[in-house]
Write a protein that binds this ligand. Structure first.
Ligand SMILES: Nc1ncnc2c1ncn2[C@@H]1O[C@H](COP(=O)(O)OP(=O)(O)OP(=O)(O)O)[C@@H](O)[C@H]1O
Length: 259
């Protein structure tokens, strides 16, 4: 069996003030696998994402990406490993500099990876095409792009470093249904074409069902249940999962299915 890319083992994290973020979480993401992380607001999803990305240190337990502790990456290891693990945020407008044209955001990511200046414009155009955007949009500022287009730029920027795993924290929840369906299609396509693994965080179970291979259900910082997506939908083993499923809205139809 292939070794998992991301491993969390008995991870505990309290926030300042003593509030529990996650309390003993163990989970994995295998190469090429999409794992949905679901749970109500405050269940610990974002805390877990930040631990996985090495932005927070666990109080106890271990986090490993490709066998290394992402919180302790330094120097050259950091640059190489950081490129393999990328983040797609909920509000990409907030993570793109409003003063910079969209293409520059992607170029900066390429520069950080040591891509020579002469190659950056062409690589940027390639990446924008890869996420379904016209490379001419590279010249626009974020305010001149739709929410869905900005999110695609954020994905292009994440792809610039050649990642093995994307951590996506509610990447579609700020989008209208049409843009949401397009970004979900994009992520599904990246998995098919590039074998990209994804830790996909969402409170929206219909979205998770459409994308994930496996689901991890968090409640109050603990995993109440995890398993393959269809098995979990057919036979939720925990009343909390059942309640989440009962409360789930059906996913809006993809744009092509609309009149
Ligand atoms: N920086 C912080 N300081 C103090 N407490 C925090 C901090 N970040 C998160 N928490 C607390 O940790 C718990 C888990 O929060 P977290 O943001 O991880 O949950 P979540 O499932 O991502 O929620 P949401 O869906 O609302 O984003 C919550 O009780 C939250 O109030």
């Amino acid at each position: 069996m292939t070794a998992p890319l991301l491993v969390l083992d008995q991870v505990v994290k309290h926030h300042p003030g003593g509030r529990l973020g996650v309390g003993g979480v163990s989970m994995t993401v295998a190469p090429g696998e999409t794992v949905g992380l679901v749970g109500e607001s405050g269940s610990g999803k974002s805390t877990l994402a930040r631990l996985a990305l090495g932005l927070l240190a666990p109080d106890s337990g271990t986090v490993r990406f490709a066998g290394l502790d992402p919180y302790r990456w330094r120097g050259r290891t950091r640059r190489a490993a950081r490129g393999r693990l990328q983040f797609v945020p909920q509000h990409p407008r907030g993570s793109l500099n409003p003063a910079l044209r969209a293409g520059r955001a992607v170029e900066f990511a390429l520069r950080a990876q040591g891509v020579p200046r002469a190659e950056r414009a062409e690589r940027t155009a390639e990446l924008l095409r890869q996420v379904g955007l016209d490379p001419a949009l590279a010249r626009r500022h974020p305010r001149e792009l739709s929410g869905g287009q900005v999110q695609r730029v954020a994905v292009a920027r994440a792809l610039a470093t050649g990642p093995d795993l994307l951590v996506c924290d509610e990447p579609t929840s700020a989008l209208d249904p049409r843009a949401q369906a397009q970004v979900l299609d994009l992520l599904a396509g990246l998995r098919e074409r590039m074998g990209l693994a994804c830790l996909f965080i969402s409170h929206d179970l219909a979205v998770v069902r459409s994308l994930a291979d496996r689901v991890v259900v968090l409640r109050d910082g603990a995993v109440v249940e995890q398993g393959p997506v269809e098995a979990l939908w057919a036979r939720p083993g925990h009343p909390y999962t059942r309640a989440l499923l009962d409360a789930a809205e059906p996913l809006a139809p993809p744009p092509t299915a609309r009149p």
